[in-house]
Design a protein around this ligand. Structure first.
Ligand code: SF4
Length: 331
């Protein structure tokens, strides 16, 4: 992180965000426990930045994105967007935030109504938010589709008439309809053919430049993140375990979990020898996380202290954060 970058006021501030899902058992569906999908996550995103959240499936990265947008309720913490309290907003303020903060989902097919032409689906959003209707809305829809690499006549088509890549372009056009500043891109290419993934990544980058968009980019693919992100946050079992500037993260990951994830990225040059770190065991259940460091059941460097004391996410002078007793010894 450069000194200038650290002085820029964040557009999004997430503090101690929590999302717990109740576990219900028995005939009376009594709550017998909670799945701690997001457990005290804090980070900032600066305007125009791409902040990537990475981690294995089930680590809580998608739930974090959805909780920030209030697509699911939070159990604790705060989210501020441009200084406005997102989790407490109501009425007109919430409508304003809904316009400014959008999402692109992983599966473009289930994100679209199969019974509506894409033109009707996007026009409806413009109409509901009082932005445009009639011919004005139609013109705006066509402009958005063309901006996203489709043709104006595609507005008359139904979702099943598109390829996967085209459908994701429609979903992106829909997300842009309300002129948002901030977009959660939740695994936006993982359901797509490898051959078209790069086209969608290029489109997201072009749109970011054209509209000064800020992205929360959620992905399990560290090669794509390396291309796309400015900063990276690594999640494990509902917690952030490392946050760093992209270059710093790929050059010298501090957390043993990040080191294992990065060691699994294939290299294109066969002359480069790379030691793969194979993690033993499965990810523990977020319904019953282990005490101490959440990673201690799989960490190759586990120490006694790791089994009892939760490591704090601490920041080094270079602005690199890690939650590990090896990096930040308990004094
Ligand atoms: Fe491994 Fe201990 Fe660091 Fe956790 S705190 S990552 S168990 S060394």
């Amino acid at each position: 992180m450069t000194a200038t970058a650290s002085l820029v006021k964040p557009i999004l501030q997430v503090q101690e965000l929590k999302k717990y899902f109740p576990i219900r058992t028995g005939v009376l569906s009594r709550v017998s426990g909670h799945v701690k999908a997001v457990d005290g996550v804090s980070f900032d995103i600066r305007p125009g930045e791409t902040f990537a959240l990475v981690g294995e499936s089930g680590c809580g990265k998608s739930t974090t994105g959805r909780t920030i947008l209030r697509l699911t309720g939070a159990n604790g913490g705060t989210v501020y967007y441009n200084g406005e309290d997102v989790l407490a907003a109501t009425g007109d303020r919430m409508r304003h935030l809904r316009k400014a903060m959008q999402i692109v989902f992983q599966d473009p097919y289930s994100a679209l109504n199969p019974r509506m032409t894409v033109g009707s689906a996007i026009s409806e959003i413009l109409h509901v938010h009082g932005i445009a209707s009639g011919n004005q809305a139609r013109d705006r829809v066509e402009e958005l589709l063309v901006r996203c690499g489709l043709e104006a006549y595609h507005s008359w088509r139904y979702p099943h008439e598109f390829s996967g890549g085209q459908r994701q372009r429609v979903v992106i056009a829909r997300a842009l309809a309300l002129d948002p500043q901030f977009i959660v891109a939740d695994e936006p290419i993982s359901a797509l053919d490898v051959s078209i993934q790069s086209q969608i990544i290029n489109l997201l980058e072009e749109l970011q430049d054209a509209y000064q968009l800020t992205y929360l980019f959620i992905s399990h693919d560290l090669s794509v993140v390396r291309h796309m992100a400015d900063r990276v946050g690594v999640m494990y079992l509902g917690k952030l375990v490392e946050v760093a500037d992209k270059k710093e993260f790929y050059r010298k990951p501090l957390h043993p979990y990040s080191q294992a994830l990065l060691s699994a990225i294939p290299v294109s040059d066969p002359s480069i020898k790379k030691k793969r770190i194979i993690l033993q065991g499965d990810v523990p259940s977020p319904a019953n996380p282990p005490p101490g460091c959440p990673f201690h059941t799989r960490c190759p460097y586990v120490m006694d202290v790791c089994r009892n004391v939760v490591p704090e996410l601490k920041t080094n002078p270079a602005g690199h954060q890690a939650a590990c007793h090896l990096v930040n010894p308990v004094s």
